[in-house]
Design a protein around this ligand. Structure first.
Ligand SMILES: [Zn+2]
Length: 291
C-alpha cells in the first residue's frame, strides 16, 4: 500500500515543472554530456524524488536551500542509474553541517572504551541519516577537489550497508559479477595497501586503505570523479564498477574530469600520472579522518 502510494506520488511529481536553476546545475559534464538522454531523465527523476521525499535538515544554523538539495541529490543519483528502484529509498533524513564538524567517537581498546572526538566531512549510518558538510560539497562541486566527492562517498556506504555491515560488499544480484567482486575487491585493496606502504601514491586516496568498506567508498569517489584516469590506474576495477553501476547509461567513451582537460592525462603512463599526482600533495592527506 505504502509503495503504491509512493509510486503514485512520484508519477504526479514527474509531471510538475522542474526548478529554474536545474538547467544551470545540469550543465556539468558528469550530469549532461557524459550521460545518454534516457539516463539523464532517470537521473533527474531520482534526484527529484530524493529532494521531495527526504527530511532535509540544516545543522549549526545552516539554511538548506532547494538548490543545495538538488546539488546533493543529483550527485547521489549518479549511483542509482543501474537500479530499477532507488537503493536510497530507505534513507529518511539528510543532515547538513555548514562545514567540517566535530563528532564524538568511541574506540575499543580491549575491554576499555576510549571516548574522543574527530573531525568529519560526512558519515552514513545503517538505518540512520546521512550527515554531510556543505562547504566540502560546494568545493567539490566547483571542481577544486579532483577525485573526491563526499556525497558519493557517503552514499556508497549506504549501498554497502544494504545487506548488513559496511564490508565493501553491496547487494549484487548478478552471480558472475558478485564472484568477480569477491575476488577483485580484496585483491585491489591489498595492492593499494602495499603501494602506499612502499611510498607510492595512487588515484585512490590513502583513506581507502583503511578497510574494505572505505576502499569501496573512496575508489567509487575516484571512479565517478575521473573515470578516464581511474581507468588508466585500475582498469579491472573500472570494468567491475562499470558493470555494477550500469555502463550503458554513459554516452560514448569514458569522460575526463574537467580539471584535467588541458593536460590530457589519458595519454599519461602510470608513472607519469604518479608523478603528476605527487605534485598534488593534498591527494595523500587524510581527508576522511573518520566517516
Ligand atoms: Zn567512509
Amino acid at each position: 500500500m505504502w509503495k503504491w502510494l509512493r509510486n503514485r506520488q512520484r508519477k504526479l511529481r514527474s509531471q510538475k515543472p522542474l526548478p529554474h536553476f536545474l538547467s544551470r546545475l545540469i550543465k556539468r559534464p558528469d550530469l549532461s554530456t557524459w550521460l545518454t538522454d534516457a539516463a539523464r531523465v532517470k537521473l533527474i527523476n531520482h534526484a527529484r524524488n530524493m529532494v521531495a521525499e527526504k527530511n532535509w535538515e540544516g545543522l549549526s544554523g545552516l539554511v538548506v536551500t532547494e538548490e543545495m538539495k538538488w546539488k546533493i541529490a543529483l550527485q547521489a543519483s549518479r549511483l542509482t542509474l543501474g537500479f530499477d528502484d532507488s537503493p536510497f529509498d530507505s534513507i529518511q533524513s539528510i543532515l547538513i553541517y555548514p562545514s567540517t564538524y566535530v563528532a564524538p567517537q568511541q574506540t575499543k581498546l580491549g575491554h576499555i572504551v576510549v571516548e574522543s572526538s574527530s573531525l568529519r566531512l560526512g558519515e552514513a549510518w545503517k538505518r540512520g541519516p546521512i550527515v554531510l558538510a556543505w562547504e566540502d560539497i560546494q568545493r567539490e562541486w566547483e571542481g577544486h577537489e579532483p577525485f573526491h566527492n563526499v556525497v558519493i562517498h557517503e552514499f556508497s556506504h549506504v549501498l554497502d550497508m544494504a545487506n548488513g555491515d559496511a564490508d565493501g560488499m553491496p547487494v549484487i544480484e548478478n552471480p558472475a559479477l558478485a564472484r568477480n567482486w569477491i575476488s577483485l575487491i580484496p585483491q585491489q585493496f591489498a595492492q593499494l595497501v602495499q603501494r602506499l606502504h612502499s611510498g607510492h601514491s595512487d588515484i585512490i586516496n590513502s583513506y581507502g586503505a583503511t578497510n574494505l568498506a572505505e576502499f569501496f567508498a573512496v575508489s567509487t569517489e575516484a571512479f565517478f570523479s575521473s573515470p578516464r584516469l581511474f581507468n588508466i590506474w585500475h582498469p579491472e576495477l573500472a570494468q567491475l564498477y562499470q558493470q555494477y553501476f550500469g555502463h550503458t547509461f554513459y554516452s560514448t567513451s569514458w569522460p575526463l574530469h574537467p580539471q584535467y582537460s588541458m593536460i590530457n592525462p589519458s595519454q599519461f603512463t602510470a608513472s607519469q600520472t604518479s608523478d603528476y599526482l605527487s605534485s598534488h600533495r593534498y591527494l595523500n592527506h587524510e581527508r576522511y579522518l573518520v566517516g
